[in-house]
Write a protein that binds this ligand. Sequence first.
Ligand code: ATP
Length: 379
Amino acid sequence: MRADHSGRKEAREEGQEARRLLARAHAENAFAAGEAILEVRDLVKHFPLTQGILFKRQVGAVKAVDGVSFDLHKGETLGIVGESGCGKSTVAKLVTHLEEPTAGTIRYKGNDITRASGRALKAVRRNIQMVFQDPYTSLNPRMTVGDIIGEPFDIHPEVAPKGDRRRKVQELLDVVGLNPEYINRYPHQFSGGQRQRIGIARGLALRPEIIVADEPVSALDVSVQAQVVNLMERLQDEFGLSYIFIAHDLSVVRHISDRVGVMYLGKLVEVGTEAEIYEHPTHPYTQALLSAVPVPDPEAEGKRERIVLEGDVPSPANPPSGCRFRTRCWKAQQRCAEEEPLLAVPENFTDTPVDQPQRHPSACHFAAERAAVVPPAGG
Ligand SMILES: Nc1ncnc2c1ncn2[C@@H]1O[C@H](COP(=O)(O)OP(=O)(O)OP(=O)(O)O)[C@@H](O)[C@H]1O
């Protein structure tokens, strides 16, 4: 019995290794084909947990991001979704170099920028810009809109020489749909949506190639959210931008994203195209998240089954062994506690034709489709 068990375990480990290699080869191919503008591999950020006042000693670590890999392609929007505390903002800060990773690599156009410093870091910061969540607190209330939008030019005067700045800022105001004559106004004179437009104009000032938007519309009224998302889509087309769009709201992410990554406790658990994730999710966590999205049609709402997750999200300082989602998962078995599922095409879909939407990376030993959890797009 025992020999049989260890034999199966060995076979499983071999299978896992093969899938790990395949996943890596696939990622490398994608880059070799010149598709990826940004490659993130095995990114880790652990924040030390310390105790003591005079003599601080480390007693553990918050595993905010724990082995995240993805590619971002030119002109693409990659949405990242997940509950509060799953590590989305930390991923954003790592990609934009506001935090230094504990491990892993970030490559921009083939160059390793993980620990870039000096000139290289300046160039990275110019090309990868961030738009923040809260337009009410992220803009300095004492600065005029012109100074806020033009501030990046102080660090990169080559983009806009002093005499040219006012015109450049007015152009940017126009591009984001604000009156260029508002250049001398202060943030409090604008609505939430207008303030987020100012934040976007500032993000665009240096003509970046990538914008990382961390919950850019979460603080706005629903009616204003759509306007800002539409503006971002228009700017993407106009300037050939690539976006990493972070949000906890699955409906907002669906609207703008080409691909979506679902995060849970510091890891990506499922990645796929918008249709793969929303219409053919195979990870139980994604299915639970989607089942909680409100459906506008009361009849459809009445018919669908809502998955209620039990328990709270475990602490990222002490995540469960094996699959991190297992403590809240209705499918969990012994294997889930012993063996961490990889983010790859699940075993039971490896024979599925490649063009089938259910065949996409999902980190679950028991990945399976679950029908009709969300309304069709636009429904
Ligand atoms: N500077 C820090 N020091 C210690 N722990 C941190 C720090 N920044 C984030 N964390 C922790 O890391 C985990 C992930 O946080 P993060 O803000 O990335 O999550 P999130 O998914 O963006 O959530 P939210 O939407 O609430 O911002 C959380 O448990 C958080 O408390």
